[in-house]
Design a protein around this ligand. Structure first.
Ligand code: FAD
Ligand code: FO1
Length: 445
């Protein structure tokens, strides 16, 4: 079954020279359920060699040892799975915008296929690669069930505006994946990945150590299986309770592309069509694809310029309001505020590389209240989220933080000091929702 051509977007048009097909793996770091890899395999057919490559950037958006360790251990597993299909994975390191065209030239690649990714750094890598390549550069959206460029051609205002567009297109795109057939043409002689050597090129802060979450495609599928079998039945009712363990925990696997969101959607949809499935698919498909839509159409996605006008106005109107508490980024990082609940959430993130979604909203909104300016609040929230969270450095993060701090995809609420009409969350509001004392006892506040 051919890959739907509407998942493919041309970044550089040029005649296909007929040489080997190069798949530049970046966002989708998996062998199965990977539309970019499947499309490259389709182009290779029976006669052309297919080569995969991953370029390790020495630094990426504040990623620390925690995130690089998780990613590289997952990539090692993916490389072994690909080798089992006769597809070599070349591990490059340095500037992807330069290293990938160099490999393409060495291989005399006839065409290069890579993953859709709306983040600025990725689009810069792709733009510079496109300039240096002779071969065509094709982008495949392997992250969204409905390709981001197809779901909408503009910045959507809210979930309610993108939802109907996505639901209308699900019958076309929420399809089963074809298997990845083994490579038929003889693969060129290529160096085996030097994982230890690549790790030595990293400039990743060892101060944020690896976490226990098991990385890789197999662990991701096991987590999905455990979710659909045990937790999904509680999802609608308990997903906002940080003590209930009622969410999937899939975000690190989705962020690093070790699991296809479409696989999660297919497996959850296969269990039925009740309120639990609907609630999960709303988050996994509508909310997540809204985040990619936002970052694709708002390249300034990590600044207040990308916030809605009403929100920027209200934050400006309240700039001079006295802050009830003021903390430096260092104090926030050290969980040294007056609020035991906020401190416990910060502790959960530092210790485990994760924070429950409901508390992420509270966590970011309090940073807005207790920072000297909205700009510094945004910078602090992004820096801490990208430094400690396994799933950070993701369109979901920039979108979630802009939603919390600057009303993105939301509407005005009752006016308050400092935060104006930005939706507020309070400790007492949390106490009405879940057992705050139990959560503080567990994570320490
Ligand atoms: P589940 O509830 O099991 O949801 C399944 C999947 O749906 C998630 O893995 C995620 O891919 C998607 N999803 C769920 N909620 C959202 C949402 N609100 N927006 C977009 N997609 C969603 N998510 C990240 O992946 N990386 C981040 O850095 C990140 N930072 C956030 C910061 C703030 C301030 C806020 C409010 C939210 C942030 N989110 C982020 C979104 C959401 O909180 C997480 O995706 C979710 O908590 C991950 O846990 P889970 O996989 O158990 O979620
Ligand atoms: N993508 C790459 O192609 N090369 C990298 O070296 C790389 C490092 C990296 C580190 C942390 C992290 O969270 C993501 C990283 N990514 C890298 C990007 C990742 O593959 C995702 O594409 C984006 O982060 C999400 O859009």
């Amino acid at each position: 079954m051919p890959v739907n051509p509407r998942r493919v977007h041309t970044l550089r048009a040029a005649p296909d020279g007929g040489g080997p097909v190069l798949y530049w793996m970046s966002r989708e770091q998996r062998a199965s359920d990977n539309w970019g890899l499947l499309y490259a395999r389709e182009l290779a057919g029976a006669a052309r060699p297919l080569v995969a490559a991953f370029c390790l950037a020495p630094a990426f958006a504040g990623a620390a040892l925690r995130q690089y360790d998780f990613m590289l251990r997952g990539l090692e597993q993916t490389a072994r799975t690909l080798a089992g299909r006769g597809i070599p994975l070349v591990l490059l390191h340095g500037d992807p915008g330069r290293e990938v065209p160099r490999l393409a030239a060495r291989l005399r690649a006839g065409v290069v296929v890579t993953d859709f990714d709306p983040l600025r750094a990725k689009r810069d890598w792709q733009a510079r690669a496109a300039q240096a390549l002779d071969a065509p550069l094709l982008e495949v959206d392997g992250h969204n069930v409905v390709p981001c460029r197809i779901a909408s051609y503009k910045k959507e205002y809210a979930a309610r505006t993108i939802r109907p567009r996505i639901h209308k297109l699900l019958p076309e795109f929420l399809e089963e994946f074809p298997p990845l057939t083994p490579q038929q043409a003889p693969a060129p002689e290529l160096p085996a990945p030097d994982w230890a050597g690549a790790r030595r090129t990293l400039r990743a802060d060892p101060g944020v150590p690896p976490v226990a979450t098991p990385p890789g495609e197999a662990a991701a599928r096991a987590a999905l299986g455990a979710f659909t079998a045990d937790t999904l039945a509680r999802y609608a009712a308990q997903r906002n309770d940080p003590n209930a363990g009622a969410t999937s925990g899939l975000s690190p696997y989705l962020h690093f592309g070790q699991l296809a969101p479409q696989r999660a959607a297919l497996d959850v949809a296969a269990t039925g069509s009740g309120e639990n499935q609907a609630a999960f698919l709303e988050e996994l498909v509508v909310r997540r694809e809204l985040a990619d839509n936002f970052c694709l159409h708002s390249p300034d996605y990590d600044t207040l310029d990308a916030a809605p006008d009403w929100a920027r106005r209200t934050l400006d109107e309240h700039r001079a309001d006295p802050r009830p508490y003021l903390y430096s980024p260092e104090a926030f990082e050290a969980a040294a505020t007056h609020d035991p609940l906020w401190n416990a959430a910060q502790n959960q993130m530092r210790a485990s590389g994760a924070m429950h979604g409901y508390l992420r909203m509270y966590w970011a909104k309090k940073i807005l209240e207790w920072s000297p300016t909205p700009e510094s609040a945004l910078a602090t929230a992004i820096a801490l989220n990208d430094r400690h969270q396994l799933d950070g450095r993701d369109p979901n993060g920039y979108t979630g933080i802009l939603w919390s701090v600057a009303g993105l995809h939301d509407r005005p609420w009752g006016r308050r000091p400092v935060t104006g009409t930005i939706r507020a969350m309070t400790d007492s509001g949390c106490r009405r929702k879940f057992d705050v004392t139990a959560y503080i006892r567990r994570w320490g506040g």
